[in-house]
Ligand binder design. Structure first.
Ligand code: FPP
Length: 245
């Protein structure tokens, strides 16, 4: 199959490099996270305008709890501030916001903001924006397995009927188009426990740019990379002429 879908339907982004960006300027790491808000805004704007259906941002991983308490505290404060400041505009843009991750590990204040943002934007028909917080791909698979096990134990589901579709219905991104482009900034070429199930067939684009420096031109590069890939999903390549038919 040739690359007929030139625009990804679902972009996932690992926003890496905030700490290095700050260190290079002699600033605290929290300044790097704060500077990381500008490219977040840019990506939401561009995805909304171009009709990308879904955007999923990795804001805080299950492993990020191991960072120094002051950095974790300033990140959590930043999430609350950013939500308070941006929610009106996101709503105006008809963005539908959801949060994925182990919510009960977040502060009560942040959980309240998250619930309010989700409720307010639930009926919006624009960009589907997922923010991953206290999220890990393994956690997601385990929590889905627990739900499947409960369904089997209660007789709602038979073990022999557990297939990929039934399983995926319990994952955090259920109901969304599968992520078809992962962008990771900061120069590392790893998945780092992000969307382990959902990235099965995603194109992977690694940018050396540190996240606060990620510009529209860098996003364009990633989109051009995606448009140039031939997506076969395990099939053999079709002749170009046949693909046009
Ligand atoms: C990784 O860089 C980045 C994070 C752990 C935080 C990402 C958060 C933001 C960009 C803030 C805004 C986000 C939303 C959606 C409100 P790093 O600290 O690991 O950088 P390093 O690898 O250079 O140390």
């Amino acid at each position: 199959m040739a690359a007929l879908d030139l625009l990804p339907r679902h972009i996932a982004i690992t926003m890496d490099g905030n700490g290095r960006w700050a260190a290079a300027r002699g600033l605290p790491r929290s300044a790097g996270h704060k500077a990381g808000l500008a490219p977040v805004r840019m990506c939401i704007e561009v995805c909304s305008q171009r009709g990308v259906e879904a955007l999923t941002l990795f804001a805080f991983s299950s492993e990020n709890w191991r960072r120094p308490a002051d950095e974790v505290g300033s990140l959590m404060g930043l999430f609350i501030e950013a939500l308070d400041r941006e929610i009106d505009e996101l709503h105006q843009k008809s963005v539908r916001m959801r949060f994925i991750g182990e919510r009960r590990t977040l502060s009560v204040r942040l959980q309240a903001r998250i619930a309010a943002a989700e409720a307010r934007t639930a009926a919006n028909g624009g960009l589907k924006l997922q923010v991953a917080m206290s999220y890990g791909g393994r956690w997601d698979i385990v929590q889905a397995a627990q739900k499947v096990a409960r369904d089997c134990a209660s007789g709602r589901l038979r073990a022999e009927d557990v297939n990929e579709e039934a399983f995926a219905a319990h994952l955090s991104l259920a109901g969304l188009p599968e992520a078809d482009l992962l962008i990771r900034t900061g120069g590392e070429q790893r998945i780092s426990n992000f969307l382990l199930w959902d990235l099965a067939y995603a194109e992977l684009h690694f940018s050396p740019r540190l996240w606060p420096d990620f510009t529209l031109a860098d996003l364009e590069d990633a989109l051009a990379y995606f448009a140039g890939r031939e997506r076969r999903f395990g099939r053999v390549a079709a002749p170009r002429a046949a693909a046009k038919a």
